[in-house]
Design a binder for this molecule. Structure first.
Ligand SMILES: [Zn+2]
Length: 297
């Protein structure tokens, strides 16, 4: 089953549903981050919800950025999604493994629940729209549900899951957001609550090969599919991007790299690609920095 996002409306156009299969994306993230199973699940869940939120963006260059800081061993989780379906993300320490007594991966423990979830929507305006909420459990799904309620005043059910195989690869991943539209009646609210109560884990339905569109119709027979959208793991970093980042360093630090290290290696946090800059390249960056600074003077 290929990765995709399906957007639909149902219950007399009073709810909106976003559902995704994200197995391949979560596996690509795992490979890039070389993560242990519990961290694979934590990042895969966050990336899946990021992609679901980003699927509402109108232009490919618009971005959604998520930052989760729960005080757990994984450290800060950063994810980014754009309007074209590309997502990337990272955690600070991806080697931590924790399971609950029932054998399930203990995502809440690696993420922690002593901190915040922040979502920024960058629509190319001066300031991105940013909302922050306190983490509930660090299990990701209910933390995002709290974000939608508190920060956007949208009653939402968020279900997201990543199933990790015995060989550490991602076996199945998916997510769903069910949201009440402003015109939702009392009857619809009750119906959504009942549906949420009997919702099976997303990773399970994906593992059984149930497509998002089929799942939506099973849950809400009157659903109308509005769109199918792609999602994929993709990092758009480049040597040029890091050249600019180096140029933003202090002159003193650049000089030190030139005189003491005779070069620099920069690693992308997301895809872990290594970029080498030799002494001549660093000198060029420093020279350009001086020219730019003189011009701005
Ligand atoms: Zn990268």
């Amino acid at each position: 089953m290929k990765d995709e996002i399906v957007i639909a409306e149902a219950l007399n156009h009073e709810i909106r549903i976003h559902a995704a299969v994200s197995t391949r994306m979560a596996e690509d993230a795992r490979k890039a981050q070389d993560s242990a199973a519990t961290c694979t699940a934590a990042l895969g869940r966050t990336l899946t919800v990021t992609a679901l939120i980003a699927s509402d963006l109108k232009k490919p260059e618009e971005h959604v950025r998520v930052r989760i800081n729960g005080g757990g061993p994984i450290g800060t989780i950063l994810t980014e999604g754009d309007g074209a379906g590309n997502v990337r993300g990272c955690g600070e320490n991806m080697q931590y493994y924790a399971v609950k007594e029932n054998g399930h991966l203990d995502v809440g423990r690696v993420v922690g629940n002593n901190g915040t979830l922040q979502v920024s929507r960058d629509m190319g305006l001066k300031e991105p729209f940013t909302g922050t909420v306190l983490l509930r459990s660090g299990e990701i799904g209910e933390d995002f549900a709290a974000y939608f309620m508190e920060s956007e005043q949208i009653g939402s059910v968020v279900s997201v899951g990543v199933l990790v195989d015995t060989d550490s690869s991602v076996k199945a991943a998916g997510g769903m957001i069910i949201q009440l539209l402003p015109n939702a009646s009392e009857e619809t609210i009750v119906q959504v609550e009942q549906t949420a109560a009997r919702l099976r884990p997303m990773s399970e339905t994906v593992d059984e090969g149930i497509e998002p569109e089929t799942l939506i119709h099973q849950l809400f027979p009157d659903a109308q599919i509005l769109a199918h959208k792609p999602l994929r793991w993709h990092c758009d970093c480049s040597k040029e991007h890091f050249r600019e980042a180096l140029g933003a360093l202090r002159e003193k630090d650049l000089t030190e790299m030139i005189e003491e290290d005779h070069g620099a290696e920069v690693v992308c946090h997301y895809c872990r690609t290594r970029y080498q800059f030799n002494e001549a390249e660093l000198k060029e960056i420093l020279e350009q920095k001086r020219i730019d600074e003189n011009r701005n003077r």
